[in-house]
Design a binder for this molecule. Structure first.
Ligand SMILES: [Cu+2]
Length: 231
């Protein structure tokens, strides 16, 4: 279904989030059809007729109360099912932190994204780090940790293909993770109103194969490997 809509899933947990949203849509959709159907059936069944006056119903009678109590119980059961599924997915995406193969830094500001990629040494916060603006280069198939911060106001790092959204809060460094699963070029956007330039605060995500990414790192590192390793 998601393939038909061309909603490409680009991270290891994108499918879980889509499943959850689909389940919620189905559950609420079924209840919507049931209640709307019942409503119109009652309108038709008890429509005004000649020589018949309306009946006043308080709803206190047990045989009438059932029509409220039973659907109420069933909806509570659906609520519990949705909560269990949602907490499960939330734990995977936001609470759990699988071991990282690489770590990047994401810095939000009005109105651009700065990305800091580890250089040839694979370590962040070393002289060979590669800084880019509005272009994030990642390798598919490996697990990343990101360290997200903001230098001014609230922003939100949103990557639709990952189904990821994370607020950037001034004064805090927020650590999260993702594992890209496809190659290609995709959109990144700011998903928190952050001032007059909010609408243009987009960036590009370039997901590369291992060899392409290695080539990108080697050709963009500000410091030659020899200087860093002392060889
Ligand atoms: Cu913003």
């Amino acid at each position: 279904m998601f393939e038909l809509l061309d909603l490409k899933q680009g991270s290891s947990y994108a499918g879980d989030i889509d499943q959850l949203i689909l389940m919620i849509t189905i559950i609420t959709g079924v209840w919507f059809l049931l209640t709307a159907g019942m409503f119109f059936w009652l309108l038709f069944r008890f429509r005004a007729k000649k020589d018949e006056s309306g009946q006043y119903v308080t709803g206190d009678e047990p045989q009438l109360k059932r029509w409220v109590t039973w659907p109420h119980m069933l909806i509570l059961l659906c609520d519990i099912a949705v909560i269990v599924m949602a907490v499960n997915v939330w734990y995977t995406v936001k609470q759990d932190l699988p071991e990282a193969d690489a770590t990047i830094r994401i810095i939000a500001q009005q109105w651009a994204w700065t990305f800091v990629h580890p250089g040839p040494d694979g370590e962040l916060d070393t002289p060979d780090d590669i800084r880019t603006v509005d272009r994030l280069y990642l390798q598919e198939g490996i697990t990343y940790h990101y360290k997200l911060s903001s230098v001014d106001v609230l922003h939100d790092f949103s990557v639709p293909i990952f189904r990821l959204k994370q607020d950037a809060v001034p004064g805090r460094e927020i650590t999260g993770w993702f594992k890209p699963t496809v190659q290609g070029e995709y959109g990144i956007q700011c998903a928190e109103m952050c001032g007059i330039g909010h609408g243009i605060m987009g960036a590009r995500l370039i997901l590369q194969s291992a060899s392409d990414h290695e080539f990108w790192i080697q050709s963009n590192s500000p410091t030659p490997v020899a200087q860093v390793t002392g060889q």
